[in-house]
Design a protein around this ligand. Structure first.
Ligand code: 5GP
Ligand code: MG
Length: 179
């Protein structure tokens, strides 16, 4: 089985690009049906979702726009807690049909934060599409509207996902070899 080494870790082949592509085509098919008469504003969460966003939007048939945001974590001086802020969203999303694009949902913490922030801006509708979902790790009651592939717990890299910044360039997805 194909393996890759990134820094100190070994990863083994987990999902081939043909299967990623097929899952994305299925998601796009569902989105095209659900938004037949509506314009979509996709909001892709960087860095991880850039490949997924790029493959998905190419399969969207109706008029749509895409914007990219980033989460920046900073230490809040007052509470000393870590606060993450959405940066890069310049457009007014009020009244728009928004779909958030995420690479992977694990505990659900990140996506819940993004969802609640965007919800405050009063979009006409707000849905979530994630390429990868770890049902055993998910701890929220938030509805995940479009899921590409469900995965067991375990650390993944490739197709946009990184380990210490590396591995995003792989076309296939690899999982950490714990052995
Ligand atoms: P959550 O907030 O749902 O626990 O985690 C979501 C974020 O953690 C993702 O946006 C991603 O950045 C990171 N993450 C979660 N699982 C993995 C994984 O298996 N591999 C990589 N590279 N990042 C992950
Ligand atoms: Mg991410």
């Amino acid at each position: 089985m194909k393996k890759v080494i990134i820094q100190d870790k070994e990863f083994k082949m987990s999902i081939l690009y043909v299967n990623i592509k097929r899952s994305i085509e299925r998601m796009a098919f569902d989105i095209n049906q659900d938004y037949e008469d509506k314009e979509i504003l996709f909001i892709s969460i960087l860095n991880g979702s850039f490949m997924f966003a790029s493959d998905l939007v190419r399969k969207i048939k109706g008029p749509c726009q895409i914007s990219f945001v980033k989460l920046s974590s900073y230490v809040n001086g007052e509470s000393m807690g870590t606060v993450s802020e959405l940066i890069g969203l310049n457009e007014d999303i009020s009244g728009q049909h928004v779909i958030i694009l995420e690479d992977i949902i694990d505990s659900g913490m990140t996506i819940e934060g993004v969802y609640n922030r965007l919800k405050k801006q009063k979009p006409a509708s707000l849905k979530i599409a994630t390429l990868l979902f770890k049902p055993q790790a998910f701890q929220k009651s938030l509805k995940i509207d479009y899921i590409g592939i469900e995965m067991p717990n375990g650390f993944l890299v490739g197709y946009g996902l990184d380990y210490n910044g590396y591995g995003r360039n792989y076309e296939d997805i690899y999982s950490l070899n714990e052995l």
